[in-house]
Write a protein that binds this ligand. Sequence first.
Ligand code: ZN
Ligand code: ZN
Length: 397
Amino acid sequence: MFITLSNNRAFRGAASTGCMLSLVGPILLAAVVCPRSRAQYRVFWGDVHGHTIHSDGKGSLDDYFTFARDVAKLDFVIVTDHDFGNAAPWRMPQATWKLTQCKADAYTSEKRFVAIAGYEWTSQPKYWTGVADDTTSERLFSGAPKFYNHKNVYFGENVDYLFSAKDPNFMSPDLLAAAVLLHGGLIQNNHPTAGPEGSNQWDYNPAYYAVITNTEIDADVLRYAGKTYEIGVERTVRGFLDRGGKTGFVKGTDTHDGKPAARTAVLAKQLTRDAVFDALRNRRNYAVSNARIWLSFKIDGHEMGEVMETAGNPTIDVDIRGTDKIEEVVVIRNGAALHSLNPRTERVKFTYVDRSFHSDSYYYLRVTQVDNDEHGNPSRAWSSPIWATRTASAPRP
Ligand SMILES: [Zn+2]
Ligand SMILES: [Zn+2]
């Protein structure tokens, strides 16, 4: 049987990853040998969180997508207006959701720019009857208030219905996740907080780690307009990981001024909506706070976001290309610094073997540059974690 170039996807895939093919006589064998055929991923930059005039932001959807593509020079962007809209009855009208999806399709030009329709599932304690006496309470649900915080929801294909936090059928993370999973979408935890207003933000079934795949990460200390705030975001997210939670890291501007910017990098083979979703679904993404720091973080050849097994000592490969000198690089394992260095160079490349690995562990990388944003915060980058489990040492037959 002949295998032709035009109708064999396996061949095309193999060819693009530089694998070797065997040609025997007239027959092109499909015996493709791909030792560690890890895909040649590229980094694409985007913003996963922003608002327009359709909730409490400025500017139209056209303004948002045009700014992302032409001014911020992003590869992809997600628009995420609040699900409650900006006018009575405080619920995003069906027509707005439809328009958001139509505009995202219209602005998507695969290989050049990907626009994605999403919304912010905006749970608020005032939706419960048990909230402290508050004249603005909407009292939609009975009982003590829940502090689920906000979550962005986005879909690769058009979905008719918007699963709102004000709808009793979708008012909890579990109910939301079940519906979004059925429709092929993804969810991220937004702006996690160390305070009581986030006390229920991680309340969802581990079965839904497959759909609530990422969390917006940030520093523990933030400077803003001359003041310093202890926001404890990285610590809070790490607490979730320490309890066995699984999440990758993204970041968004949460712009309300129509100015999305590069905050999330996805590792994808090409710039298509499917490829961006595939990266976000597999947590093959990392977050930056300001500058576009390029980084690669692998363990035994596994990309960030993966769960891997090893029988030996995990070998961690780090490659960073900063936009300025790098002040600090830290490999974090199970909530504590495992290895750190202060290179003061723009390029940092090293391999570290974790000889103290003895039980299931998560690892991630945090990079801090010497440059500051206008408030005095250094540019940072956080890789999504890699989870390493020890291979069961059962004797082989
Ligand atoms: Zn929010
Ligand atoms: Zn928001």
